[in-house]
Every structure is written in C-alpha cells, then in structure tokens.
Design a binder for this molecule. Structure first.
Ligand code: NAG
Ligand code: NAG
Ligand code: NAG
Ligand code: NAG
Ligand code: NAG
Ligand code: NAG
Length: 881
C-alpha cells in the first residue's frame, strides 16, 4: 500500500449515493526534466527527477559508468561541487486555490530551496519529506524553482569543525575504503561515504517533487495498525488520518471494514493546519479475522479499510487502504537452566524462528533501484526459504514498494533507524531533524505488518562498550550521555508514542532488557545469554561449530566471497582479471579480505593452480564462493539445531540472519546475491539450510549426530537415513536408519547418534579419508526436507576423488529449460553458470552422487537452448586442482 498522496477523486465507487463533491486537489508533478548546474556554471545539463547528479552526468555522457573499474575515485570531484537543480512551472491554476504546498518527497541532502529567487525552504536530511507552503510566492506565469545542493562532504566537514568541544568518531573511514570523512554529521545514507562492501559516492539529488493546491482540506496520509487485546481476545484497529485543513469545520468521518461487517462514524472538529486524527475501531468479535503470517507459517491476507469524510452531507474526502491483522511480541524472560533471558519473536502467539539475512541499499544511486530490482531481490529471498530481513542502519529507510512486497511475500522486517558504526552528535538542530525523521518514518511504515521491530542503531552500543574508537575513560560518560540522549530519550520515546504495536530495541547487537538494566550500554553487548549478537571470525576454521557463539539470536554473521566473472566483466578489462591485480584489491574494501578468503578456503580445499591466468582467476572466484557457502551453511545449521537446547546455559537460538543478502556494486562482499541479482553458491545453499524441515549433521567427540529441525506447526514422526559413500564410487557403500522419533512442530531434536569409527567399521573398507556421508529425514509419506551431507575429512585430503568428466545437455521444456548432467564419478560443489544470461537454476553448487541429474533453469528474460548451451559452463571441485 502506498499511503501517500490520496487524492479526492474515486468517489462514486465507494459512496452508494451520489453526493456533491468539492473540487479535488490539483496536483502538479514536477518529476521529469530539470536543469542541473555545477558551482561555477561551467557545466549545465538536463537532469531527470527523481534522480541524482551522478546519474544525470552519466546519462548526458559527461561521465562513464561510475561503477567501471576505478571510477569511484576518478569521479570523487562530483561530491565536492555544489549543484543546482532548476525547473519552471506555470502558476495560474495553482494560485486559485486557498492553499498551495510544495512537496519535496526526498532531497539528498543539504539544500536551500528558492522560488522566484526567494528562499522558501532549507533541507538537511535525506530521510525526511519537506512540505513548504508557497501560495503567496507564486506568480501567474512561469515560476522558477531551484534546489541549491551543497556538497555533502564539505557540509560534513563544516559540521565537524563546528563541533569543537570533543571529537565524534570515527572521523574518517579506513584507507582501504577510499571514502570520505564525517558522514555521521549528515542525515544521509551512511554508507554513501564508503563502507567495507561499497564505494564512496556521496550522492546529491532529488527524489519526488510536486505542487499540491487545494481548498477546504486534503488528506495526506492514512495509516492503520491492528492491536490485539489478548484478555478480551479482541482486535482494535487504530486508524490515523493526516489532514491538511484550510478552513475550520466540523465533519463526520466514517471508517468501515466491509468484510468484517464493521462500520463506525465519528464526529470531529477540523482546525486549520496539519491535523492528525486518531480513531479506534473494535472489530466485531463474531468475525473470524484472518491473520497475516510470515512466509512458511501461513498466508498474508488483508482487509479493505474504507475512509469517508463529509461535511453537511457533502463528501469531502474518500479513500481506501489496507488493514492487516498480526501481533508481535519480543519475548525476553527467564529460561530454566540458564542465567540469562530468552530473546525471540512471537507472531500471532506462535514462537517463530527468524531465517534470513541483512539488507543493504541495492544501488549507490537510489534512483536506479527500480521496482523490478526490488521484486527480484525479495523474491529471491523467499525462494531461499527466508522469512526475515533486517534493513540495516547504515543504508536508507526503503521505499514504500519494498515494504509492500514484504507484506505480500510474508517477509518480516527488522527495521533499524539509520545510524551505524559511529558516535553521533546531539546538537539541538541535529536532534530536531532526527526527531522529525523518526516521526515521519514511523508514520509512513507503521501500517506494514512486515515490520515487526524497530531498532535504534547498528552496533553503536557495541562500539561504545568495547571501545572501538579509543575514547579515554574520563570522556566516556559524555559519549554514553549522547548515546542515551539520541536513542533512548529521543528516538525510543518518539517510537513508543507513535507506535504501540511493535517492540523497540535500542541497538543491534544488544542485550535488550539486560542492556537497559546496565544503563543502556551493557558491559558486553555480545553476551550470548541475552539479546542478539553479531559474530565474525575469518581465521578460525568455519567447519568447526565450536567456534560459534551459541547465541539467543544471530542477527549478523558471515564470510566474504567474490561475485562471478560475468558480474565483474562489464566493469573491468582483461588486465584486471587476476587475483592480485590492482582492480581486485581496489574492489576489496575490507582490510586483508582477499587473503582471508584464500586462507579460509585453504583449510579444506586445494587453491586453484592453473597455469592459465584466466582459469586461475575464475577458479579462484569459484573457490571463494564454495568456501563462503560451506562456512555460512555450517554456522546457520548450528543456530537452527540450537533452537531447543540449553547447553552450559546457552542456546534457545531463535534467529539466524546472515550478513548480507544483496550487493551495492560488483565487488567481493559477504552477500549471497550478486549485484544484478545473480545467485551465489551461498544463496542456493540457503534454499536448503533454511528449509522448513532440515536434517543437520555434525560431529561431537568423534560421534556423528543428526538433528531433525522442524519449523512446521504440526508434529512429525521422522527417522534419519544415513548413507555412506566412497569418494571413488557412485553406488552407496551402506545405509543406516534410525528408529522413528516424534519431532514436535517448532523444535530441533537429536535423531541419530553413532561413533564415527563404529559407523565406518560397519561399512566395508571405509575410512575418514575414503568415505563421506549423506543423510535425510523421512516418514511414511517419504522424504521430508532436503538431503544433507557431512564430510569426514577435508575434500583436499579425500582419497579416491576423481575428475568426474561431467557433460551437460540443455533442453526446452514446456515450462522453461532443463539441464541434464551426466557424471562418471562423485563430484563435490557442482556449479552451473550461464554467464550473463539472467536467471537461476533449481539447484546449484550441489554434491553430485548420481550418474544423472536434471535441473531446471528459470530465465529472467527470453533466451534459447542455443544461447544457454553456448553460455553454460560446469565446474566441480577437482576442476580447480
Ligand atoms: C569551474 O570549476 C571547475 C571545477 O572546479 C574548473 O575545472 C573550471 O576551470 C571552472 N571554470 C570556470 C569557467 O571557472
Ligand atoms: C559550495 O558552496 C559553499 C558554501 O557556499 C562554498 O563555501 C564552496 O566554496 C562551494 N564549492 C564550490 C566548489 O564552489
Ligand atoms: C485489554 O482490555 C482490558 C479490558 O478492557 C484492559 O484492561 C487492558 O488494558 C487491555 N490491554 C491492552 C494491551 O490494551
Ligand atoms: C457483527 O457481525 C454480524 C455478522 O457476522 C452482524 O450481523 C452484526 O451486525 C455485526 N455487529 C456489528 C456491531 O457490526
Ligand atoms: C575422465 O576423463 C579422463 C580423461 O579422459 C580419464 O582419465 C578419467 O578416468 C575420467 N574419469 C572418470 C571418472 O571416468
Ligand atoms: C542416465 O541417463 C542415461 C541416458 O539417458 C540412461 O541410459 C540411464 O538409464 C540413466 N541412468 C539413471 C540411473 O537414471
């Protein structure tokens, strides 16, 4: 639902009897062609709105693709200039109305707005909408509107200099990021000054601009949230209307939800100015309300809410929006056998394990994030069995469509406020603009059932607690005070006033209720006994689950990999295509990242050794993806199997959101989706490790354990089937089955246990080096969930593994394309790649233990058997040796 800009218009549909209608709002969109000029007017060019300076320069041929090779550095000058957007529009029809508003629905970021040469407004926050009353400034003929944007880099530096009392770290990003300084002084996408996965493009631009002219009043926003009262077992729908009233009047507002036979009429006094009207509608208790559920737990139904307003029998407003019914609780309570507190979400009364990832901006230039881009990325998330995403606090509050799609797909959103990895100033004007930002964003997003929690910032509690910025002990109280002022006294207070339907956390990671006890900054916000944790370790062996914290909720963890060659190719040239090229190190924004990937991969795999440079490069990209997929799989499976256990006080893990879902450009990062949407091996693995029913295998003290994990509502009677294969043979060496066991809905239980030595001894000539295991779960109806595997040694040590000589045949099927593979032997990490043909396979990166296997390819644009056959390459582990 887009709650913005309701226009009086579609009246007859909603109103049974024709009634007189006042003239509706006259809206003049100023989206389209503007003129853009730099500081000294040496450059002047047409520019699209919505748009940004970089995009306009590229479209007019002044610059190349900003993502090409080293262009982020070449085009640094753009953000040091001031730029002016200008447009003219006719004023005659607008001036006839009693009120005329200039609506700037997004200005990036610092600007002075002039109309016919007079200053009418100033902006300093890209996360706010600015409404400026301009009727008296309009002329009958052409009116000239200008938005003078100030260099955000210059502004940040000026603000920092004005804050002379004490520094507000981190000041500048690490050199390896090639970024700009003091981004924490500007209310702007924090990662736009560079991040450890993204370039520095301190953007400037305009989002949507329009002029609205009206008489009497206009409705500018409708939002509705449903609150469940469990003691009355009754739903109350809280509806808020924001109206801009010109003349004092009395009116009648009627709210109805026809499908629930609910209709209420309120009499209300309307006074001039922007007024927020709040109404509560109790839902007829005899109605069986259909609830909104997360993906995998049920459907995502909504109800139509009709809003009508009349004055003396004249209809003065009429609109329609959606109401969803879902409740959310964040449960933090004592756990038997544990010193800490639980930390999990209950949706509609049911504990739900959050499975998913973290979302970052999908492009440096937000105007490039099209509806198709959003839909593709979010569809890929649910196709990998995710039910949750955290909209990370260093990016942007996403556009309405993002949340609309999440509502529709059942993706739960953990919504951060946009503060990340830094201390922030608390001057009055900074707090004022933040307060307005928070009010606007909460009102904009509150109607979305997908949003299940607000969170104040990313990692700033941890940054203070564990002293990332070397703050002298004597000065610490100043920073703690600023922290509490910003996130607790301001942001939290506003959110709690505006929205009683969702929990609020001050930070992530945090100890939640325990952090509050400790004065909002816990001594160790990473404590696995409380709240959520973030955990990264690149040097420890990721195949060893003992290295992972057994946390209540893992909201960040991950490993880097490189995107595929087809993603890098359009932004690079031949000399860039080696792992030690300048390009390869330029795109790596995490200190030591390229080496860490190889170091981790080398623990279990031979590193690519081809003497041919181009294969060595593509094989290295491949091996980093194998490493990443295997590492995140191991860690995620550890979290999922820890759902029902308390061991040494730790466990009851109820969330696994790995870092990160998507990419902002073509570079190495922790993402599972490449820039452009191509699935990395990790994303294919996620499809399995986030499956509703999953067998997890691991070793503890040389004993093999298999857990049955189920997110279903109903109980299952499952048995584990463990099959032993020799690396040298496609026919199984032996198969073992456990007795059937009751696996309750929403649980993880051990289902198979046997010492590895005994298991192998009972299976011919198997040793740890010559054999491997697969396992699955089954009941009377057959296999439940995917087949999983467990390696008994590192693949680099496996004995008997041969080159599989895989052949592939592409065919056209009724519903798409199929690829049939044939293999002569066991093949680990079989990877199909069709280069730049967009789409995805039904499965990929798999362990091939059969002579034949048929997959499907879903193309995201028309293609052909010829194109696919020509583009297809098949790689498996031994190919890189
Ligand atoms: C305008 O500014 C640009 C960039 O600073 C500079 O290269 C150019 O020489 C200036 N042009 C004039 C006419 O001053
Ligand atoms: C941009 O505007 C600021 C403030 O007016 C000024 O100090 C600065 O010199 C301008 N930058 C350029 C490149 O002209
Ligand atoms: C639920 O209704 C009862 C009875 O009217 C009231 O006392 C209680 O405060 C309500 N609970 C909530 C959460 O609104
Ligand atoms: C409640 O719903 C029933 C039908 O389900 C309807 O007959 C009744 O009038 C409704 N009550 C109210 C107060 O709207
Ligand atoms: C794959 O082909 C090579 C070369 O023809 C051959 O030596 C090898 O035995 C084949 N592998 C299998 C598993 O058949
Ligand atoms: C594999 O495919 C070949 C050729 O289509 C066929 O002859 C053979 O029976 C298949 N094997 C299995 C195990 O399906």
């Amino acid at each position: 639902m887009s709650p913005r800009a309701f226009v009086l218009g579609v009246l007859c549909v909603l109103s049974p009897v024709p009634v007189p209608v006042p003239a509706h709002t006259h809206t003049l969109s100023l989206d389209g062609k503007w003129t853009l000029t730099n500081s000294n007017a040496s450059l002047s060019l047409p520019a699209q709105v919505p748009g940004s300076v970089h995009t306009a320069l590229q479209q007019q041929g002044y610059i190349q693709d900003p993502y090409f090779r080293f262009n982020d550095v070449s085009y640094r000058w753009i953000a040091f200039e001031n730029w002016t957007y200008a447009v003219t529009f006719p004023g005659s029809q607008l001036r006839d109305r009693q009120k005329v508003l200039l609506v700037l629905d997004g200005v990036d970021t610092v600007s002075t707005v002039t109309l016919n040469g007079m200053v009418v407004g100033k902006t300093d926050n890209m996360f706010r909408r600015y409404d400026v009353s301009v009727r008296d400034r309009l002329q009958d003929g052409d009116n000239e509107l200008k938005v003078h944007l100030l260099s955000p880099v210059l502004y940040a530096s000026e603000r920092r200099n004005a804050h002379s009392a004490y520094r507000v770290p981190p000041e500048c990003p690490p050199d390896v990021q090639r970024g700009e300084c003091h981004v924490n002084f500007v209310r702007k996408e924090q990662s736009s000054f560079s991040w450890d996965w993204g370039p520095s493009f301190p953007t400037m631009g305009l989002w949507r601009v329009r002029v609205e002219a009206f008489d009497v009043l206009q409705l500018s926003r409708v939002s509705s949230v449903a609150l469940f009262n469990s003691s009355l077992s009754q739903w109350t729908v809280q509806v808020q209307l924001v109206v801009d009233v010109v003349l004092k009047t009395r009116g009648q507002i009627t709210l109805s939800i026809p499908e629930l036979h609910t209709e209420n009429t309120f009499s209300t006094q309307l006074v001039p100015g922007e007024t927020r009207l709040s109404f509560s509608v109790h839902v007829n208790t005899s109605s069986q309300v259909r609830l909104w559920w997360p993906h995998g737990h049920g459907e995502q139904p909504f109800y139509r809410l009709l809003v009508r307003g009349s004055q003396d029998g004249v209809l003065i407003l009429s609109t329609e929006s959606k109401v969803y019914f879902r409740s959310v609780e964040l449960v933090q309570e004592p756990i038997v056998g544990s010193p800490g507190l639980s930390f999990y979400f209950r949706i509609n009364g049911k504990p739900v394990f959050l499975k998913g990832s973290n979302w970052i901006p999908a492009h440096s230039f937000q105007d490039r994030v099209t509806p198709a881009v959003l839909r593709n990325l979010l569809q890929s998330a649910v196709d990998a069995n995710m039910n949750a995403l955290r909209v990370w606090g260093g990016g942007v509050y996403e556009q309405d469509l993002f949340y609309d799609i999440c509502d529709e797909l059942g993706v739960m959103v953990w919504q951060d406020f946009m503060f990340a990895c830094a201390m922030y100033p608390t001057e009055d004007d900074f707090l004022q603009t933040v307060r307005e930002e928070v009010v606007q964003q909460v009102r904009r997003l509150a109607s979305h059932p997908s949003v299940i929690i607000w969170s104040g910032n990313n990692e700033n509690e941890a940054a203070l607690a564990t002293d990332w910025f070397n703050i002298p002990a004597s000065q610490r109280p100043t920073y703690v005070k600023d922290y509490v002022t910003l996130y607790v006294d301001n942001i939290r207070a506003i959110v709690q006033q505006e929205d009683q339907t969702r929990p609020f956390l001050v930070s992530s990671p945090t100890n939640g209720a325990e952090s509050e006890q400790e004065g909002w900054v816990a001594s160790n916000p990473y404590d696995p006994l409380y709240g959520d944790t973030h955990f990264y370790s690149y040097v420890q062996d990721c195949w060893d689950w003992r290295t992972f914290p057994r946390t209540r909720f893992a909201s960040e963890y991950g490993f880097q990999s490189w995107p595929s060659f087809s993603t890098l190719q359009p932004v690079s040239i031949k000399e860039d295509w080696s792992y030690d090229s300048d390009f390869t190190s330029h795109r790596q924004h995490h200190e030591g990242g390229n080496q860490q990937m190889l170091q981790q991969a080398a623990l279990h795999f031979h590193l690519p050794s081809s003497t041919q440079a181009s294969s060595r490069f593509t094989h290295t990209l491949y091996i980093t993806q194998v490493m990443q997929a295997q590492c995140v799989k191991t860690q995620t499976e550890f979290y999922r199997r820890s759902r029902s256990e308390i061991i040494e006080g730790k466990g009851h893990t109820m969330g696994a959101l790995y870092w990160q879902l998507n990419d902002i450009w073509q570079a190495p990062s922790w993402s599972s989706l490449e820039f452009g949407g191509k699935w990395k091996m990790l994303h294919y693995f996620a499809q399995d490790f986030f499956a509703a029913v999953l067998p997890v295998g691991f070793e503890d003290d040389d004993t093999l354990l298999v857990y049955a994990v189920s997110d279903l509502s109903q109980d299952l009677q499952l048995r584990a089937v463990v099959t032993v294969f020799s690396w040298a043979d496609l026919d199984p060496a032996c198969t073992l089955k456990s007795d059937p066991l009751l696996v309750p809905g929403g649980s993880a239980v051990p289902i198979f246990k046997q010492p590895v030595a005994a298991l192998l001894a009972g299976c011919g000539r198997c040793t740890r080096l010559t054999c491997l295991l697969t396992f699955h779960l089954e009941d009377d109806r057959g296999q439940q969930g995917p087949t999983n595997h467990h390696f008994l040694c590192s693949p680099k040590d496996a004995e008997g593994l041969q080159r599989p000589n895989i052949t592939a045949k592409v065919q056209q099927e009724e519903t798409g394309y199929s690829v049939t593979l044939r293999s002569a032997s066991v093949a680990p990490f079989v990877w199909l790649d069709v280069g730049a043909v967009p789409g995805r396979f039904s499965s990929n990166g798999f362990l091939m233990l059969s002579r034949n296997r048929t997959l499907t390819f879903s193309a995201w644009r028309p293609t052909s058997v010829e194109e696919l056959s020509r583009s297809l390459t098949v790689t498996s582990l031994t190919d890189v040796y």
